[in-house]
Write a protein that binds this ligand. Structure first.
Ligand code: 5GP
Ligand code: ZN
Length: 119
């Protein structure tokens, strides 16, 4: 399944739910988290509907390589200070015990001067 019509992140990718866009290309989409924990907090997702990291297979290696190598570039673009004095945090919640609330694979990218609201 490319898109899940009941998935809020698929709706965001398709523009059916508004979002504050950070980046978009053919394969990935990034947007500000609606409840930020840190001065910089955005979500980075594949456009393809994949429920979590648990469903990844060899067909996703290029996609995930692209997504994860974009994370530090977008962190700097959004105002994170450079590594190592600055830096950023990448978090992904997977499954109920992993604390996942939205069932579309995503990573949180957080950064900026501390203290943060959470984390
Ligand atoms: P997780 O599944 O990793 O626990 O958390 C999902 C994240 O998505 C949460 O941090 C939440 O604030 C964010 N979120 C949920 N719904 C929306 C939405 O409609 N728009 C945006 N921008 N973020 C959302
Ligand atoms: Zn989805």
């Amino acid at each position: 399944m490319t898109h899940d019509p009941n998935c809020i992140f698929c709706k965001i990718v398709q523009g059916q739910i508004p979002s504050k866009k950070v980046h978009e290309d053919e394969h990935i989409y990034a947007f500000h988290d609606i409840h930020p924990w840190a001065p910089v907090h955005f979500l980075l997702i594949p456009k393809l509907h994949i429920p979590s990291f648990a469903q990844l297979g060899p067909e996703h290696v290029t996609l995930m390589g692209h997504m994860m190598t974009m994370a530090p570039k977008l962190a700097l673009q959004e105002g994170c200070n450079p590594y190592p004095q600055g830096g950023f945090r990448i978090v992904s919640n997977n499954g109920a015990e992993g604390g996942q609330e939205v069932q579309h694979l995503h990573v949180h990218v957080m950064g900026g001067p501390r203290p943060w609201l959470r984390g």
